[in-house]
Ligand binder design. Sequence first.
Ligand SMILES: Nc1ncnc2c1ncn2[C@@H]1O[C@H](COP(=O)(O)OP(=O)(O)O)[C@@H](O)[C@H]1O
Ligand SMILES: [Mg+2]
Length: 258
Amino acid sequence: MLELRNIVKTFRQGRESLRAVDDVSLTIGAGRILGLVGESGCGKSTLSRIIMQLLPPDAGRVRLGEVELTALPRRDVRRHCLDFQMVFQDPYASLNPRFTVFSTLAEALRRRHPQLKGSELHDRVAAWLETVGLPPRHMRRYPHEFSGGQRQRIAIARALAPEPRVVIADEPVSALDVSIQSQILNLLGRLQAELGLTMLFISHDLAVVRHVSDTIAVMHRGRIVEQGGAEQVFTDPRDPYTRQLLDAVPVLPRVPIR
Ligand SMILES: Nc1ncnc2c1ncn2[C@@H]1O[C@H](COP(=O)(O)OP(=O)(O)O)[C@@H](O)[C@H]1O
Ligand SMILES: [Mg+2]
């Protein structure tokens, strides 16, 4: 579904230049979750912005299904924006505080189906709230009336409502209490399976990535140093940097979440 080939991105930082993404190639099959893990500053979010078409790469190709996005003129790329949706780390910052949940989700739904209105729109918003485990009767509330975990549920509904082909979750549980993290991971895992979502799941935390991913890519200083099946990377890492990351992970039994 999504293929990245030899992506390069260099930033100028004063007189220095920093290769934030250094020859990255990744493939995510339809309906699969790729976990991208690496410490803060290794280039994960830069890569996600390139995939989202928010930042042009210096070199390399991005292909969505049969379409080579990097070969399209700018205005044609915009037609594919709906196909990518993101869930961000901080649901406090990513939801507009002046919009009710209804407005936020109605806007997301109408991006794909502009004709939706009235009771049909209302019912679709209610259905999304139920899907993410929130009471539909709360749809007229504002973000500040919800907890952090509830806000992340709203952000997930907003990302999925436009029926994206690829969802990028960039540190989606890192700002949440540990007790809430597993609820949100469970929700993402369940929705991924039910809706057959194709997902790039980004985290600095290998333990978190392991629970949701089919395959894992380990990023270090802009490069992918290891890629493989989630269990293989976790139990039999090939790269010294992956082993270092693993040593920082508390040893917990694997709990199936789906
Ligand atoms: N717009 C930018 N201009 C200059 N440097 C940037 C920019 N965006 C990111 N960087 C740098 O690129 C590196 C990778 O950042 P980022 O992709 O945010 O890492 P991560 O998401 O893995 O924490 C960091 O050193 C960061 O400071
Ligand atoms: Mg980041």
